[in-house]
Design a protein around this ligand. Structure first.
Ligand SMILES: Cc1ncc(COP(=O)(O)O)c(C=O)c1O
Length: 393
């Protein structure tokens, strides 16, 4: 099929809930994707912070093929399977956590975390959740309620009760919302969709202390910023503190749908049989890829740290060269944002014409979340295209 044929068929048959770019991805190798017409793109989107190993990775292929040869893609959670238990054990070891619940997406991981927090608080009269403005936690009702952006609520009222929103990086605004009914605080250590905004050290330490003092759970949503992206296996590890609950998805399943709600000591043992479930959670094929990804997580994190520093430097050079079109550069590792003074969608279109895929975050930010295998050479090529794209506008 041609790009146009795929795009037209999609427009005719899909619900109109995405504003998709008019290309159809057909294949990939390493850091590059090809569309149906054979055009090649250097990929700095990675399926929105998912494809950590890039495309056509040989180990990924082997892991998937061996599952296919075993003949069982799915077992349900009536039974154990070795890929999922290996992935859970690796996750607990890397994160320093105790228990894992596998599901299929970031929103589902957050739903599990919110239910866990409510269960933890039940009997103590603690049912309320504090979240943050500019946050993003997914599209189910629980997840959009804790998402502190009106645009995601519009048309879908009423939201769930018992959720309030504080200012990110402002501990006093959190303290003002804490009361005897607060069960948990949910926060992204590096806000993604809200515009690539890192949490400050005193803010993170303050949240930890506040939760300890008030018997509340601290939930870190690392759906986007976890799994090596920021230069350490998990973003919270930059701050020298641990959450009570950690949520993950995106890169975890190596491109197959997988999420995880991970409990640390205080939150362990809260769920008992029947409390929560997902038919596909810990699906064998996704778990086999998670097992592989977790075995490579230290190396991927190390590359994200090194390449991330280089990406920051190149983006700062671009911002300095185009002060009328770009301002701030923010982020950690290979999760970086370039704050723009021109519409991100125009820059994305100019980059796409020149063979680079990038995406946006918030209203003004150009987001860079490449595969975690990105090299300095890939970053040089991407930076040259962004520079040209800004010059062309
Ligand atoms: C921080 C964060 N949490 C949750 C989600 C929702 O994940 P999913 O789309 O897999 O439900 C996202 C998605 O972008 C995210 O960035």
């Amino acid at each position: 099929m041609t790009n146009n044929a795929v795009v037209e068929l999609g427009k005719k048959n899909y619900m109109n809930n995405y504003s998709q770019f008019p290309i159809a991805i057909a294949s990939g190798k390493g850091m590059y994707l090809k569309d149906e017409d054979g055009n090649e793109y250097l990929d700095f989107v990675a399926g929105i912070a998912v494809n950590a190993l890039g495309y056509g990775d040989e180990d990924e292929k082997k892991a998937l093929l061996s599952v296919i040869e075993e003949g069982v893609l799915h077992t349900s959670n009536l039974y154990y399977n070795r890929h999922a238990v290996n992935a859970a054990a690796a996750l607990n070891k890397l994160a320093g956590s105790e228990e894992v619940f596998f599901c299929n997406s970031g929103a589902e991981a957050n739903e599990a975390a919110l239910k866990l927090a409510r269960k933890y608080g039940s009997g103590k009269g603690r049912t309320e959740i504090i979240s943050f403005h500019h946050s993003f936690h997914g599209r189910t009702y629980g997840a959009i309620t804790v998402t502190g952006q009106d645009k995601y609520h519009k048309g879908f009222a009423p939201m769930l009760p018992g959720v309030s929103y504080a200012e990110y990086n402002n501990l006093d605004s959190v303290k003002a919302l804490v009361n005897s009914q607060t069960a948990a605080i949910i926060v992204e250590p590096l806000q993604g969709e809200g515009g690539i905004i890192p949490a400050e050290q005193p803010f993170m330490e303050g949240l930890r202390k506040l939760c300890d003092e008030n018997d509340m759970l601290l939930i870190f949503d690392e759906v986007q910023c976890g799994m090596g992206r920021t230069g350490k296996p998990f973003c919270f590890q930059h701050y020298g503190i641990k959450p009570d609950v950690l949520t993950l998805a995106k890169a975890l399943g190596g491109g197959l749908p997988m999420g995880a709600c991970v409990a640390f000591s205080r939150a362990a043992g809260v769920f008992t049989p029947g409390d929560h479930a997902a038919t596909f959670g810990g699906n064998v094929a996704a778990a086999a890829l998670a097992e592989l990804l977790l075995s490579k997580l230290q190396a991927l994190s190390a590359n994200a740290a090194e390449s991330g520093m280089y990406l920051t430097q190149k983006l700062k050079e671009i911002a300095a060269k185009h002060p009328d079109k770009a301002s701030d550069v923010r982020g950690m590792g290979l999760m970086q944002g370039l704050d723009l003074k021109v519409p991100p969608r125009d820059v994305i279109a100019e980059c796409m014409k020149r063979g680079l895929l990038v995406c946006s975050a918030g209203y003004t930010v150009l987001r860079f979340v490449p595969p975690l295998i990105a090299s300095k050479d890939d970053i040089d090529k991407a930076a040259a295209i962004v520079d040209e794209a800004l010059s062309a506008l």
